[in-house]
Design a protein around this ligand. Structure first.
Ligand code: SF4
Length: 306
């Protein structure tokens, strides 16, 4: 994402803004707290402490991908792959894993959860993916032009949508289906992220030059009683997603990175250490000593709550 100010060409014309990069998680983060998103872009956040929370999902995702990418996926293999993938993910150490209680016991619980989940997942993949042409983990970059009004001039800026679709399937009729794997037991979480597939559909439509290219969208949910949650994506859903994306781009191009007004979740925010709202305010006292001003820091926090 560029945060450069708009520039004028030698003839006095306003230059279009640089490209705004947007992922689904980035869009949600920016909508929740623009300051948090800025700190992530600038890599000014602490290493994630949430490794344990996301561990089962990361393992199941990777097992699914490796199994679908293998030359001839066979039933029963996915559960057998869990141990190796678990070891790989833990060794990689991308985020901090804080084991719950007894580490060995907790690790066994993660392994059991993942084996159970992929054992439910596998027959679904055998029925709905293996018989067709498919591609797991489809990384995409989709470019769109977005209108932008700057100093009275109508410009077009570029937005670059990025992300990865867990599985894309082309069925017997040549129609495409987009699937996302969710290994949570919390169906409320799935309901809160339904628009993720609308984001993917929009990007897929841009890449293919056809917004009717995909005909089925769904969350594969092997840890829930119902292992598949289909959603529908229509014209209005795409329009609503497009307006969220345009709002994001305008915010980025206008350098709007304000911290959110309330403090909910700020205590465990990965960006708190670099957040403007919680920045320490150094002062020099009457003896010439460097100190921190607690009152000025409080005034700074209050400013963002107005
Ligand atoms: S600490 Fe709170 S206000 Fe600051 S970046 Fe994080 S969520 Fe936003």
């Amino acid at each position: 994402v560029t945060t450069e100010p708009v520039e004028r060409t030698p003839k006095g014309k306003v230059s279009p803004p640089g490209p705004a990069v947007i992922s689904w998680s980035g869009l949600k983060r920016w909508e929740h707290c623009p300051q948090h998103h800025l700190r992530v872009i600038r890599k000014e956040v602490e290493r994630s402490q949430m490794g344990r929370v996301f561990l089962p999902g990361t393992i199941c995702d990777l097992v699914q991908r490796r199994w679908l990418e293998s030359a001839a996926p066979q039933p029963g293999e996915m559960a057998e792959m869990v141990g190796t993938v678990f070891a790989d993910v833990v060794a990689e150490g991308e985020s901090v894993i804080k084991w719950r209680g007894n580490p060995l016991q907790d690790q066994q619980e993660v392994l059991a959860y993942c084996r159970q989940t992929v054992t439910t997942l596998e027959p679904w993949l055998v029925r709905n993916v293996l018989p067709y042409d498919y591609q797991p983990e489809v990384r995409f970059r989709a470019h769109m032009k977005v209108p932008y009004l700057c100093e009275g001039e109508r410009l077009f800026g570029i937005v670059k949508m990025i992300g990865g679709i867990d599985i894309v399937v082309r069925d017997d009729q040549g129609k495409f289906r987009l699937y996302d794997l969710k290994t949570t037991k919390n169906d409320g979480y799935i309901r809160s992220t339904l628009a993720q597939l609308i984001f993917y559909d929009l990007a897929w439509g841009v890449i293919q030059g056809d917004f009717y290219h995909a005909v089925e969208w769904g969350f594969v949910t092997p840890a829930l009683p119902e292992p598949y949650i289909p959603i529908t994506v229509g014209r209005e859903d795409r329009a609503a997603m497009l307006s969220r994306i345009i709002k994001y781009c305008h915010g980025v191009w206008a350098d709007q990175w304000q911290p959110k007004a309330d403090d909910d979740g700020c205590n465990w925010c990965e960006a708190r250490g670099s957040c403007e709202k919680f920045r320490e305010v150094p002062i020099v006292d009457e003896n010439g000593k460097q100190r921190l001003s607690f009152t000025q820091a409080a005034a700074q926090r209050a400013q963002y709550r107005q």
